[in-house]
Design a binder for this molecule. Sequence first.
Ligand code: FEO
Ligand code: CA
Ligand code: CA
Length: 729
Amino acid sequence: MSESNDDLVTNVSPNPEMRTIIARRMVLKGSAGLAALGLFGGLTGCGESDESIIGTPVSNNPAAGAPSRATALGFNAVSKSITDAVNLPSGYYATVLLRLGDPLAAGVSPYRNDGSDAAASYAQRAGDHHDGIEYFGLGADGKYSAGSSSRALLVMNHEAITPIFLHPTGPTIVNGARTAADEVLKEFYVHGVSIVEVAKQDAGGGWLYTQGSSFNRRIHTLTEMEIAGPARGTRYMITKYSKDGTKVRGTVNNCAHGYTPWGTYLACEENWAGYFRRTTATDNAKRTAKELASLARYGVSGTGRELWATVTPDTADDLYGRWNAEVRGTSTDGSDDYRHGPNTFGWNVEIDPFSPASTPKKRTAMGRFAHEGAWPAKAEAGKPIVYYMGCDSRNEYIYKYVSNKVWDPADATRGLAAGDKYLDDGKLYVAIFNADGTGNWVELAFNTGRILPSYPGYAFADQADVLVNARHAADAVGATKMDRPEWGAVDPNTGAVYMTLTNNNSTLRTLAATDAANPRHYNDARTNGTAQRGNPNGHIIRWLESTPAALGFRWDVYLFGARAGASAANVNLSGLTADNDFSSPDGLWFARNGICWVQTDDGAYTDVTNCMLLAGIPGTVGDGGPLTITNTDASGATKNVTTFVGAQPGTAKLRRFLVGPKECEITGITESPDGRALFVNIQHPGEETPAANIGNPALFSSHWPDGGNARPRSATIVIQREDGGVIGV
Ligand code: FEO
Ligand code: CA
Ligand code: CA
């Protein structure tokens, strides 16, 4: 998505200074966890053969025909490209499976792609900006079947919209207000989640989605959801829509995702704050100091990114006004307006794709922030369910959730009831990355450490308050500010957890603020000489724990993004070449055979190449070593930082596999269990087309995928090998 919408920065905590003090305290307190770090040397051999399916739904249930562990990449690297096309290695082909507007229900007409389709029809069409995606095998009995490689439910997020292509001549805005209610209604529908049945047509054949399948479903900003977990029914959740604080309408800005060992999907709410309208000049005077601190920390202070709240007149059920977060009523508890509306977003939403009538649940025990996604450790009987999560804004944090109940494989068929058991009752932690290559998870628990009513940054009242204001709680414990956490993934071979840190700028990652885990500050000059300073190319951090519930870990950096020609000593620390150089890693995913797939959402290297997908075969934490680099800022000042760099991959272990069309982001990736079909999302091709050009198709930046004069559309593609083999090897 465009920078303007996803770079809300609200972390003004003094955490770099705090971290030194608290980390030292945690080393002492967490000595048992750290002692376990000594085991890490022996963990490199923990990839038993039966672990080749970790990281898949119902991961304890091996899929028949699952591919074996990859030891080499079997394709030639794709060149960087700025063409308006999907570029793949020879021997591979891609087909377009599901585009914005494609009809899901029977009887819905084909998409005209000129903005003229009726708004109500979008409730049964594929949404816009395809993002996180998961493959759930579908058996002949209509139930979840982990090993099905021929029929499945694809569940995917629709993060946001490219407004100019949704309406006949772009959005109608008069004096700062949306004057066409139907256009806004359409936008409500194209956000959210699609559940769509797909099937392989024959042996060696292509994949199609099944229009009219009884499983096909759209979940969007109007879908009723339950608020579940510790914040359910609390005063923080009371709105005019749900006076007892137990329900909320819809989900929005679902970026990456998660899945559970019981076959459900997690849609994660990322940059939701920007959708709310709140005029601080008038609203601030009606707010308590505590409310103001919360609203500021989450960035609820704008006009609303699509101006949804400006539609007049509103409907009786506040369809538009519910996006206005100001105090407009006279109640003391917020039951006559939407002043608490922002508290009902920023969660992980659990959805059961196999139960089309089920009500999604927002799992508040997993905390409220800008959720990129939620990535599970392997579920093991008798051990807690563990999720790793990132908060995607510059200088935000990495979190972990550990269930209080231990995994019982008998729960694998219980759907949302299993979610009630494992996701409503657990502990939330935040990460501190130490300069010596170790790290700590610190619990965010009310009345511990500085998470107290007397904390100067935010007067915590109870544990629900801690979860609703998890960013404040993480500030209080001195969490490490990261270079924008995006996707995470767990290596099925080693159990190491990987997370992309997509980039940071020179204002927020100053020379002085560089640290071991976010070590670089440099100038990535564009080919025209324009300076780009800070960490514009991003990196991928990884860590290893003795067990997923452990409180200590050891970390290093798997890959540093860079131009191949950048300084090998200080910038191109992973030794990238023309075959694998990249910038701004975002999507990250391990296939069953252990290939690590990296997707980019880049704005720094786009003078040379469109966004891309790379395949890697990583080693593990500690396969490289410490390295001291010299950072230089615009004034010429320098600072040495010692970090920990993974072994350089070379072309043998990292290769560019795909380059997408113009102005797209490559985000969202999943596979059939046999590894022979790779489903990849191409988000917002042509998104930088100026609004003024909507009447002249020749001036659209992209026409992908339909070609000709067509408006560009986000879409899911299916990549297969011409010989029908496993992808990537
Ligand atoms: Fe929606 Fe964090 O990218
Ligand atoms: Ca993302
Ligand atoms: Ca992104």
